[in-house]
Write a protein that binds this ligand. Structure first.
Ligand code: DAH
Length: 334
């Protein structure tokens, strides 16, 4: 058989083998068997030693042409197989968007924050805006400007948490009243929710860190009647759905606060008992003068209460420590 016939035969078998390769490893194997160091074409080329010198250039050319055609065939098959693999992969990974989704675990708002949100919503509807103040306060804002004298118990190391000589972890959100009035002219109508700190031993109803809301309204002609009406409306709305609160009863008892005159505490009737909720009163003229307001022209009321206490009533919880344990079994009930 001439070289040419040999080549033709080799090419025919090779082409067959290539097009029948069904996987890339199989094709790689074919490539090696044909064109590798010990491949069929290579061996054929070696056999050229017996070709007469005059015919060698043409023989060489024939071998190279065959080689080129086989390589082209291999490459083409290679890309066909690669594409097929890719398609199979894509088909296997197709996402069926109509399948039901796995159940996701949703967190929920902490009961304290739910009450916080309720309070903000109710007062927003009554025309109040929300302001915030720092939790580390100066003695001026936390005590002096609020007319809290040097002998008041809150000044004592045993009751409040002091930071160095001139700062204190704020003991009440009332400090925000002063900061607000300093920067605005009346009418002022704000609430200030936030964290407060006291040196209290922790028990069922006490925590060293808790949340308060301060409220303040200063304008012309504000009366104690406005204060009672505002707080009663607020409490009615907040406890609308509290267990056993049907037709909520509220009451105001005379009390003393340095920053209000007259002052009162307000209670709600809950499960057969009067429960104290917070303090309130008409803003003391001294406080108004301290921030530069004309106390002859303006009057106002202020109030403050704890969010924990309100949440305990709203959800019928009898131990406030549950709020801070972050026990999911407790939290998921709200
Ligand atoms: N700051 C008082 C407290 O922590 C609550 C309070 C009473 C706030 C009377 C007021 C107020 O604004 O007028 O017990």
């Amino acid at each position: 058989m001439s070289l040419e016939e040999n080549l033709n035969q080799l090419e025919a078998t090779a082409a067959n083998r290539i097009t029948r390769s069904e996987t890339i490893p199989e094709l790689d194997e074919a490539r090696r068997a044909l064109l590798g160091k010990k491949g069929e074409l290579t061996l054929l080329l070696r056999g050229m030693g017996s070709v007469p010198p005059a015919e060698r250039p043409r023989a060489g050319q024939l071998v190279n042409e065959t080689r080129a055609r086989l390589e082209a065939l291999l490459d083409e098959r290679q890309s066909t197989l690669a594409r097929r693999e890719q398609d199979a992969l894509l088909a296997a990974e197709t996402i069926d968007v109509t399948l039901p989704a796995p159940e996701a675990a949703f967190g929920r708002r902490h009961p304290i924050m739910q009450t916080w949100d309720d309070i903000v919503r109710i007062f927003s509807n009554l025309g109040y805006s929300v302001v915030e103040g720092p939790e580390v306060e100066t003695h001026w804002y936390n005590f002096d400007a609020l007319n809290i004298g040097p002998d008041h118990p809150a000044r004592d190391e045993r009751d409040s948490l002091f930071v160095g000589d001139s700062l204190v972890m704020r003991t009440e959100t009332s400090a925000v009243q002063i900061r607000t009035m300093e920067n605005r002219e009346p009418p002022v109508q704000i609430i200030a929710p936030g964290r407060v700190y006291r040196r209290d031993a922790v028990d069922r109803t006490h925590s060293a860190i808790f949340h308060q809301v301060e409220g303040l309204l200063v304008s012309e002609g504000v009366t104690f009647g406005d204060l009672k009406g505002t707080l009663s409306t607020f409490l009615q709305q907040l406890f609308d759905e509290a267990p056993g609160s049907g037709g909520l009863k509220t009451r105001f008892r005379p009390h003393f606060f340095p920053f209000t005159e007259p002052s009162a505490e307000f209670d709600v009737f809950f499960k057969g008992d009067w429960l104290e909720l917070g303090g309130c009163g008409m803003v003391h003229p001294k406080v108004l003068e301290t921030v530069g307001y004309d106390s002859e022209k303006y009057t106002g009321f202020a109030f403050g209460f704890g969010i924990e206490r309100m949440t305990m009533i709203k959800f019928d919880i009898d131990d406030l420590r549950l709020f801070y344990d972050n026990d999911w079994r407790f939290l998921e009930q709200f």
